[in-house]
Design a protein around this ligand. Structure first.
Ligand SMILES: C[S@@+](CC[C@H](N)C(=O)[O-])C[C@H]1O[C@@H](n2cnc3c(N)ncnc32)[C@H](O)[C@@H]1O
Length: 453
């Protein structure tokens, strides 16, 4: 699109960064207006595009604005998360419509407004008007540009969309390198996995069997009118997400929120009373808690990050569970191991998190292709360090929430080449070791290894 002469002059005189913005308080906009949530979501999107973490940015914003209602929090969150799920498309649309870069704050506002236009086409005129109000607040001289870009998009939608079909990142809403890797590894399933990875994630519950049966909890949910599906591993997937405070007995520790794909780990560890079990990468403690709810074992939970470690203790307190929790690097075995071998080890290693990108859509755009090899090297270091602590005849379950082979199948193949005493075991009920993102669960990879006696 071409800008008017006065708009071009405005752009020339704007430094394209946040510091050039006049200091104005967002409270100047009405908190229940769309302009307000567009503005706040745009600030979050802008911070992600500068390399920041979306969840951290959102939590910091909430901490600064305790006065926000639940509705305002929800509206800002929906817009920021949705915009970043769609970023490949929004970015391509702006490349079609702009011939020179805009200041980042306005660029981010346009991305959020474009996402809203696509998700609520019936509100197109309101969205444009509210985006212009937001622009007036963010950088007033550019409100005409915002108006022009959005109206241009509406006027030329069909032609612009046709052009976008050739752009992988726009069409699949994932980076092109990500699309290529998935296509190469899963020739029959990659498109469905990408589509599922763009959807809103499901909310699944894990029932704490120490505080009641799955049947009793399911009956209570049904009596409360909450629709759900019970999966083969007893995960309850809700038809519609709910605030945890609205879940029966949440504060009393009767259930936890945990993706259904993550609820296989405790089952495949084949737990029995009295076993010595290690969870080497434990925070925030979801799988550790599931282990303790499954069998009375002696659990040691390790976590590198002190802040995340505290979340393990909080979760255990709510669920009435106890274990030895230590804040250490699991690779420094000499610092934490007493020499007594473990019967079971869970290695739920740090990874690209590419299987959970619909929950953390910033991941798609912050990761770089060479990050995957870096994660794979870190994971190999963890596996090699833990293996000597496993008892002969014991089992180690390797888990990632990644969809990339380098962190998954290739990682385990290489591990088995390095360790002749490692033997792969089948996973009961799983047709493939790789769970790709789907309607009921996120993307996970599992490999169960036994140590030959
Ligand atoms: C995938 S998350 C674990 C999720 C957890 N198992 C659950 O189900 O709630 C990986 C965790 O490993 C931790 N971590 C990363 N490197 C580590 C290391 N060298 N030693 C111990 N923990 C590590 C990260 O801080 C992160 O909390």
């Amino acid at each position: 699109m071409s800008l008017s002469a006065s708009e071009s002059n405005v752009l020339k005189n704007q430094k394209p960064n946040r510091s050039s913005r006049p200091e104005r308080r967002v409270e100047a906009l009405l908190a229940d207006s769309l302009a307000f949530s567009l503005t706040c979501a745009a600030t979050l999107v802008e911070s992600v595009l500068a390399g920041g973490n979306l969840t951290d940015a959102f939590e910091a914003t909430l901490a600064r604005h305790p006065e926000w209602s639940d509705a305002t929090r929800g509206a800002v969150r929906d817009l920021a998360w949705g915009t970043l799920r769609d970023y490949g498309r929004g970015d391509a649309v702006l490349r079609q419509l702009l011939h020179k870069p805009l200041p980042e704050a306005i660029h981010a506002l346009l991305l959020v407004a474009l996402h809203r236009l696509e998700s609520r086409p019936e509100q197109a005129h309101t969205v444009v008007n509210q985006a212009v109000d937001a622009a007036e607040f963010v950088m007033a001289p550019l409100k005409g540009v915002v108006n022009g870009v959005l109206r241009n998009r509406l006027r030329n939608q069909a032609a612009l969309d046709a052009e976008l079909r050739a752009d992988q990142a726009a069409y699949y809403r994932h980076p092109a390198w990500w699309v290529e890797r998935l296509r190469a590894s899963f020739p029959d399933a990659w498109e469905a996995a990408l589509a599922a990875g763009n959807a809103r994630p499901p909310m699944a519950l894990r029932v704490n069997r120490l505080r009641g049966s799955v049947e009793a909890y399911a009956a209570e949910l049904a009596a409360a009118g909450q629709g759900f599906r019970r999966l083969a591993n007893d995960a309850l997937v809700l038809d519609k997400p709910l605030a945890v405070a609205a879940l029966p007995g949440f504060a009393a520790g009767r259930a936890s929120v945990q993706d259904a794909g993550a609820q296989w780990a405790a089952r495949w560890l084949d737990l029995a009373p009295g076993q010595r079990v290690l969870d080497a990468c434990a925070a925030p403690g979801g799988k550790s808690a599931h282990i303790l709810e499954t069998a009375p074992v002696a659990l040691v939970a390790l976590e590198l990050d002190a802040v995340r470690s505290r979340r393990i203790a909080d979760n255990f307190a709510r669920l009435g569970l106890a274990a030895e929790v230590r804040t250490v690097d699991c690779r420094d075995v000499a610092t934490w191991w007493d020499g007594k071998p473990f019967d079971r080890i869970l290695a739920d290693v740090p990874c690209s998190a590419s299987g959970v990108a619909r929950r953390h859509p910033d991941i798609k755009w912050l990761r770089r292709p060479d990050d995957i090899a870096r994660f794979a090297a870190q994971q190999a270091g963890i596996l090699d360090a833990l293996w000597p602590t496993l008892a002969p005849g014991g089992k180690l379950l390797y888990v990632t929430c990644s969809v990339f082979d380098e962190e998954n199948a290739q990682q385990i193949e290489r591990f088995c080449q390095r360790h002749a005493d490692a033997q792969r075991l089948p996973l009961d009920g799983l047709p493939a070791r790789q769970l790709l993102p789907a309607a009921d669960h996120d993307g996970f990879y599992y490999a169960l290894l036994a140590k030959r006696s």
